[in-house]
Design a protein around this ligand. Structure first.
Ligand code: GLN
Ligand code: ZN
Length: 758
């Protein structure tokens, strides 16, 4: 008999109770004891739900107070010295200090979790001797057992993945760190074995990336040592997000189970299993229900796949499971009341995926008839969406095919555009600007709520937005910025705002997923053909420009970011979706230009999010991503300055593509990776306008002038001052008004000092 499992369940709660609890605690509105109690309720509730649905092997310890990688670092006492940690159980003040920064210490770096939109806190191994501060997996296991009688499966970030995601040590120190960490891992696992834990899931997603020989050696050492030190413990070596590299080596490791992703790594993993078989002494964790997508699985297709797998592994050695943790999908479709039927019936979020997993497990053991009704309903639902009008807009399909067959090119090359743009705009050296949004104060959020609820008229809301624009245009002039923005007060979210105005999108009411910490996003669903309907940003931008003589940048979200931050249909290639978006946004760029806006920023913070994990597939993705950006921006006049912005990630290996986007100015988040990006420009002379963020906007801390002049000096050792811009790392919408004004004043002062040097 096959059994069912999942790799992790969303932490945030169906109504974001988790987020609300964290934020209440941070704001001092919740006592620590009460906070712990509330998180425990949420945690147990999630376990109960999986139990009730009939999941056999329920994960524990994937729940977190912020992030599971940070948890692992905290469990091993790997706290950077600047947080003045004194030993013992890591206090919440230190834990959250690492995540969010404190008055005295900058936060740890945060970066993307593989190719998802989840961000983890990067562990810093700065010399502190690792110790076990608390066996959290054991505590989670005990809790599930004592409170609910659940025989849980503790989930732990595996040692190789943990090491490879950490920083702060030289490559030649890797083995020394491994040797320090391994005994601690072993101790944690031994505690679990002593408690008679049946299965432990060790997450090693790095196994889907190319590993050096040294890392492959480390992998073997790690799992050899585990099998010697804790022979009785069943380890599920879990991979996800792609097919594994080195399959034949991995299946020889002395672990009880191997978890493979048969959704995102479908063809590669299947190929490996067919070619090399699957060892008779191991259990296969078959990840066949998409843990990242929101669409119902075709049960028929999945059953076909499972049946194929049973040629290589008997069903008593098969665990039917999600392809990855369900962390990446919203909690339930059940509470959605506003979606069209064809769409709603074709969706499966975390809870619905639990049903799919249970059904498939049943069918693989007892035959298709056991789920005959479910199979019929499933086919019907998927067919209805396929035939919907939204998926069959011939007008869009024809135009986009024609446009995307041409090479999108601006009229003049950058070197010549730069000259005419300088003539037109007369900007000082090291021009200053911001990334777009200004603080979304309680007042702004309140106003939007009133308007959404219909308690405010359209006019009331509009005039409120105008007041905000007035206020911030004045402030920006007063601070002395060179290129202004209108502040994005009318937008809750940079993707949702555009999605609501374009055809082909749908919005859930509760479809939130965690992005980082307590920050959740509610990705739109691109379920039909995308089309421009009417101008989306012209009114506010034009208004802002009418209030100042300095240039105001128009502010759009780019096609790739809209795509990568949405849940997208899976019946056409992503490339086609990107081109549909690009064509729609091009019409907005043109509308702005016609309204007299001569600087237009097309944000692409999420380009990297879509980068395939497999190196051999990356060039193709980047090529069409760049093309989509150029399709969006290529039709403007030479004097119109196209800006773009990117954040959250490492760009060192993408500089050529960034350059190929051919934006006149790019701003990039830099300060959180402590200037590491600057190194990558040493080998690469970037020849277009560029601003490397001079301060971190994720922290409430006001940066000092000299920190920022330091950043500028470092950057200008490798970049051309004539092309360099000064700006914060990202938009300021999450910050308070006072700290924002103060920070920007310091930034302008830092610019004044820097200008004297160049
Ligand atoms: N223009 C957006 C803002 O300032 C950019 C946000 C982002 O890059 N994530 O909010
Ligand atoms: Zn940004």
């Amino acid at each position: 008999m096959a059994i069912s499992s999942v790799l992790g369940y969303p932490r945030i709660g169906a109504e974001r109770e988790w987020k609300k609890a964290l934020e209440a605690f941070w704001a001092g509105k919740l006592e620590e004891a009460e906070f712990h109690g509330r998180l425990q309720e949420i945690r147990l509730d999630h376990l109960r739900k999986q139990q009730a649905k009939g999941i056999d092997l329920i994960p524990v310890n994937e729940f977190s107070y912020y992030d599971h990688v940070l948890d692992t670092a905290a469990m091993f006492g790997l706290i950077p010295k600047r947080f003045a940690y004194k030993g013992g159980i890591v206090p919440l003040s230190v834990y959250y200090g690492m995540a969010r920064g404190t008055k005295e210490a900058t936060a740890c770096e945060m970066t993307k979790w593989f190719n998802t939109n989840y961000h983890y806190i990067v562990p810093e191994l700065d010399g502190a001797e690792p110790v076990i501060t608390e066996n959290k997996p054991l505590a989670a296991y005990r809790e599930a057992k004592e409170k609910l009688g659940i025989e849980g499966k503790p989930v732990i970030v595996g040692p190789l993945t943990f090491l490879k995601l950490s920083k702060g040590f030289a490559p030649e120190e890797t083995d020394a760190w491994l040797n320090r960490l391994l005994p601690l891992y072993i101790q944690v696992l031994q505690d679990l074995a002593r408690e008679s834990v049946k299965w432990v899931q060790l997450d090693e997603p790095v196994l889907v990336t190319k590993l050096s020989d040294a890392d492959r050696g480390r992998l073997k050492t790690i799992y050899d040592e585990f099998s010697t030190a804790v022979p009785g413990l069943n380890i599920m070596l879990q991979t996800y997000f792609e097919s594994v590299e080195n399959y034949s080596e991995i299946i020889q490791l002395p672990v009880k189970g191997i978890g493979l992703d048969f959704v995102h790594g479908f063809s590669g993993n299947l190929q490996s299993v067919k070619e090399h078989g699957f060892p008779a002494d191991k259990v296969l964790g078959a990840g066949i229900v998409d843990g990242r997508g929101i669409w119902k699985a075709s049960l028929n297709e999945k059953l076909g796949l499972l049946e194929g797998l049973t040629q290589f592994v008997t069903d008593d050695r098969l665990i039917v499971q999600s392809s990855c943790s369900l962390l990446h999908v919203p909690v339930t479709v059940k509470n959605e009341t506003k979606l069209i039927t064809e769409l709603k019936n074709a969706l499966a979020f975390a809870d619905e995926k639990l049903d799919e997993i249970v059904n498939l497990t049943k069918a693989v053991s007892s035959g298709k008839d056991a789920i005959a009704d479910e199979l019929a309903a499933n086919e019907r639902d998927l067919q209805a969406l396929k035939e919907s009008a939204e998926r069959n807009r011939k007008d869009v399909q024809v135009t986009v095919a024609a446009i995307s067959s041409q090479q999108p090119e601006r009229h003049l090359p950058f070197s010549e555009r730069h000259v005419v743009q300088q003539q037109k705009w007369q900007l000082p050296i090291l021009p200053t600007t911001t990334i777009g949004s200004f603080p979304q104060s309680a007042e702004v959020r309140k106003a939007r709520q009133l308007w959404r609820k219909g308690e405010w008229t359209e006019e009331q809301y509009e005039s409120f937005i105008r007041e905000q624009i007035d206020l911030w245009i004045k402030l920006q002039e007063d601070i002395g910025l060179d290129v202004l923005v209108h502040g994005e007060f009318e937008r809750t979210d940079m993707v949702e705002f555009f999605g609501e105005k374009l055809a082909g999108f749908a919005f859930t009411q509760f479809g939130w997923v965690q992005s980082y910490g307590s920050r959740c996003v509610k990705p739109p669903i691109i379920f039909g053909d995308v089309a421009f309907e009417k101008a989306m940003t012209v009114e506010e931008t034009k208004y802002a420009q009418s209030k100042t003589r300095r240039p105001v940048k128009g502010m759009l979200t780019g096609p790739i970011t809209i795509m990568n931050w949405s849940f997208v249909r899976d019946d056409i290639p992503r490339e086609q979706i990107a081109y549909q978006l690009a064509y729609a946004l091009r019409q907005e760029v043109e509308a702005l230009e016609q309204a007299g806006i001569g600087m237009i920023q097309v944000d692409e913070p999420a380009v990297r999010e879509g980068l395939p994990l497999k190196e051999e597939e990356q060039a193709e993705y980047l090529a069409w991503a760049v093309k989509a950006f150029r399709m969006t921006t290529c039709t403007v006049q030479d004097t119109t300055q196209i800006h773009t912005h990117m954040c959250y990630c490492e760009f060192h290996d993408m500089i050529d593509s960034i350059e190929a986007m051919d934006a006149d100015v790019i701003s990039i988040e830099t300060s959180r990776s402590h200037g590491e990006l600057i190194h990558s420009f040493e080998q690469n002379t970037y020849k277009l306008g560029i601003g490397l963020g001079v301060y971190d906007i994720h922290s409430p801390r006001v940066p000092e002038v000299k920190e920022m002049t330091g950043m500028v000096d470092r950057a200008l050792r490798v970049l051309d001052p004539k092309l360099f811009w000064i700006n914060p790392d990202c938009g300021l919408k999450t910050r308070g008004k006072e700290e924002t004004v103060e920070s920007l004043r310091n930034m302008v002062e830092a610019t004044r000092i820097s200008r004297e040097k160049y």
